[in-house]
Design a protein around this ligand. Structure first.
Ligand code: HEC
Length: 207
């Protein structure tokens, strides 16, 4: 008898507990959905870009950063052929802090170009593909068929930075197929000579 009496008041409690448990679960799930980590990009860093790719441009900046830019030879050949960057074009850009003297002035070589000293931590890559799927992009923004990736200069592993910023900035270059250095690339295609440009602005403000 006592067992039955004892059991009766516990019943509504159990339903309440179950209800609270489900409520917390629901809140937990919605919170998880809201703070989902950003999608990663499926762009990869071509291991052999230094040997295989074409170094088409160097840009020196007023803040003493010098950048080297490379494109895969297949894309350069297609560009030469029909004047536009093809699918599977891959462009890689690496940046170096220039060498300074004891008075903090940048060294230059005989051509008045900055001399690369130590590399910045990350290497940036953009790759053009019509077959990218939504899940391959780190953001809902699009810059034509280009996707972006960032990698550690030393380890070649993915570099943790806001890839959404790549799309936001490069979006401004829509008329040149989202490539800032398109003009230098075209000049390389015409002359076969790596192009040099000095930009008197700092950071990555477009020159
Ligand atoms: C603040 C604006 C800005 C952001 C953010 C930015 N870029 Fe750029 N990017 C530039 C500029 C400007 C250049 C041309 C080089 C120069 O002028 O120094 C460039 C050049 C490049 C190039 C060489 C091809 C080209 O467009 O000339 C690649 C590849 C590239 N960026 C990838 C990336 C990736 C990957 C990210 C994100 C991790 C990124 N960029 C974020 C402004 C930006």
């Amino acid at each position: 008898m006592t067992g039955v009496i004892n059991r009766i008041p516990t019943k509504p409690m159990k339903i309440k507990t179950l209800f609270l448990f489900l409520l917390f679960l629901l809140i937990g799930c919605t919170e998880k959905m809201a703070v989902q980590p950003p999608l990663t990009s499926e762009v990869s860093l071509p291991a052999d870009y230094r040997q295989r790719f074409i170094h088409y441009a160097t840009i020196d900046r007023a803040d003493g950063i010098t950048r080297d830019i490379y494109i895969n030879p297949e894309a350069a050949a297609a560009l030469r052929q029909d004047g536009r960057l093809p699918e599977n074009a891959v462009i890689v850009i690496e940046a170096y802090q220039a060498r300074k003297d004891e008075n903090n002035r940048f060294h230059v070589d005989t051509n008045d170009h900055l001399i690369p000293d130590h590399p910045l931590e990350m290497v940036h890559v953009m790759e053009k593909r019509a077959s990218w799927q939504s899940a391959d992009f780190p953001t809902a923004n699009r810059t034509g068929e280009w996707n972006f990736g960032s990698f550690h200069f030393e380890t070649r592993e993915r570099y943790d930075e806001d890839l959404g910023a790549c799309f936001n900035c490069h979006n401004a270059t829509n008329p040149t197929d989202f490539v800032y250095t398109n003009r230098l690339l075209q000049q390389y295609i015409m002359t076969g000579k790596p192009q040099y440009f000095r930009c008197n602005l700092s950071g990555r403000i477009a020159c």
